[in-house]
Design a protein around this ligand. Structure first.
Ligand SMILES: O=C(O)c1ccccc1NCC(=O)[C@H](O)[C@H](O)COP(=O)(O)O
Length: 214
């Protein structure tokens, strides 16, 4: 079994499906340009249906303290996912100011990107490896692009921090992704959707059942 996060949830039905099929994390996306964006107040209301056993994750991209404080005022969270270009110093500052665990996202194109995880080893609580959007991709978002990277780049990766694999995952490729990478946890947004931002409850079920079967 590998732990699983379903990211970009913004409806009661999709959250209920994630909880029913035992997601370990759910993600609220606070990046306004994303098709998965959810208003913090709405996320706060939705989050009240989430049991304490499922960690509510807030997805941020280079947000300042005022915005993070505003989000947390509307939506209690268990984990902050920093998906932008936050430096180790910025991660340290956010963690200290808000008193919440931080998952730093490392965007991967090649082996040098994996090595950059070491910069956050002493300051983050978790790591998430996501694909760097390909250079030719028109108007990519910082994440949620349904793009994967070479999972073998993570072979032999060791960290004192728990880490997740992300990027282009689906119920259909999950076993191979985990076999190649050795990931102990996985994360998905597009792979459980029919269209960007529109979650498919059966795909959520299939993804979470696939994660539990490994
Ligand atoms: O999902 C988004 O729209 C998004 C937008 C901006 C920054 C991050 C975003 N998603 C972050 C996630 O954790 C996604 O689950 C991850 O990038 C994987 O996405 P996908 O390849 O679509 O499964």
């Amino acid at each position: 079994m590998v732990a699983a996060k379903i990211c970009g949830l913004k409806t009661a039905e999709s959250i209920a499906a994630a909880v029913e099929y035992r997601a370990d994390f759910i993600g609220f996306n606070f990046f306004r340009k994303s098709p998965r964006f959810v208003e913090p107040a709405q996320a706060g209301a939705l989050g009240r249906a989430v049991p304490g056993s499922v960690l509510k994750t807030g997805l941020l991209v280079d947000d300042d303290d005022a915005r993070i404080a505003s989000i947390l005022g509307s939506c209690p969270l268990d984990l902050l996912q920093l998906h932008g270009s936050e430096t180790p110093e910025r991660v340290t500052a956010i963690r200290a100011k808000f008193g919440l665990p931080v998952m730093k996202v490392i965007k991967v194109r090649d082996a040098a990107d994996i090595a950059r995880a070491a910069d956050y080893e002493a300051v983050a609580d978790r790591l998430l490896f996501d694909a760097q959007p390909p250079a030719e991709m028109k108007n990519p978002l910082p994440g949620g692009n349904a793009v994967s990277f070479d999972w073998t780049l993570l072979q032999g990766f060791r960290s004192r921090l728990p880490w997740m694999l992300s990027g282009g995952l689906t119920a259909g490729n999950l076993a191979e992704a985990v076999r190649q990478s050795g990931a102990p946890a996985v994360d998905v947004a597009s792979g459980v959707e029919d269209r960007p931002g529109e979650k498919n409850l059966s795909k959520i079920k299939d993804f979470l059942e696939a994660a539990r079967s490994l």
